[in-house]
Design a protein around this ligand. Sequence first.
Ligand code: PDD
Length: 306
Amino acid sequence: MTGGNQYIQANTNGTLHSASQPTLSPLNRGFLYGDAVYEVWRSYDKGIFAWEEHWARLHSSARSIHLEIPWTADYIRDQVCRTAAEFRKHSLYRDDIYIRLQIYRGEGAIGLDTALSSEPGFVILIKPVPGISPEVRNHGNRLIIAQSIRRNPVQSLDPAWKTGNYLNNIMGLREARDRKADDVLFLNMAGELTEASTSNVAFIQGDRWITPSLGSGILAGITRATIIATVAKSAGLTVKERSVSPNEINHFDEAMLLSTTKDVQPVGRIDDFVYRVDAAAKLWRLKAVFEDHARGASAKRPELKV
Ligand code: PDD
């Protein structure tokens, strides 16, 4: 028996095992080149949220790198449910879970040519959903705008593709850590704001909810899309997707990070500019409406219970 906060359950191509046990070949192309795609889901009240949306984005990422996914969504969902059940058995953890699915192109002789690859394989990882720390809840995330690196241009490794190669994001986060910040905001090659290392970003100005447009070169986040589709309006905010300049950051009242694992998380500071995160900040209402929406949507889907 392992403590619920440490144990990570893995499933490699249908074999259940602890994530601390190795299973992949050293010739795996995901390991050698980041030649892989992935998605992260989470559950709300033990129902997987936005299963179809993440599955569609996984296919879109795979198509972009010319990788054909050989399994149906139902097969992978069944594997996720098996893995979750095993996780709960080992950890005795009862709460909501984090689900990561990575699909690698295959393995084979060393070389970049995709023709060298065997068939694709998958790895599912399950652990508890990370919580929000009291520090972040009370003071918000501290962000810096990266000076050493920009977001990959859309003409290169397009940020819209969720691939196994996050080295650009890792380098940005490293700069943030060096500068004593929690996370990084990247500019694109035109000098516009894009997103953070593993989240989208948005701002509130009056009753407007403002977020960099997809054209800025970002991942089309599902949290972001859910807020745009329904949640912002229910929280009394008008959505504005547009190019955002770093010169504007001191015009906004509030700032937030958006992702599956964070949902809506306050940003307290970008470089030297400070945002409100007190109980009256509008982002808390947005967060509450988002969580209600996610719980409601997940509760309607018994086949997605984990
Ligand atoms: N990250 N931007 C980037 C670069 C991301 O990696 C993510 C997700 C997002 C937000 O997307 P979504 O709302 O669909 O989760 C934006 C996941 C959570 C991760 O890598 O852990």
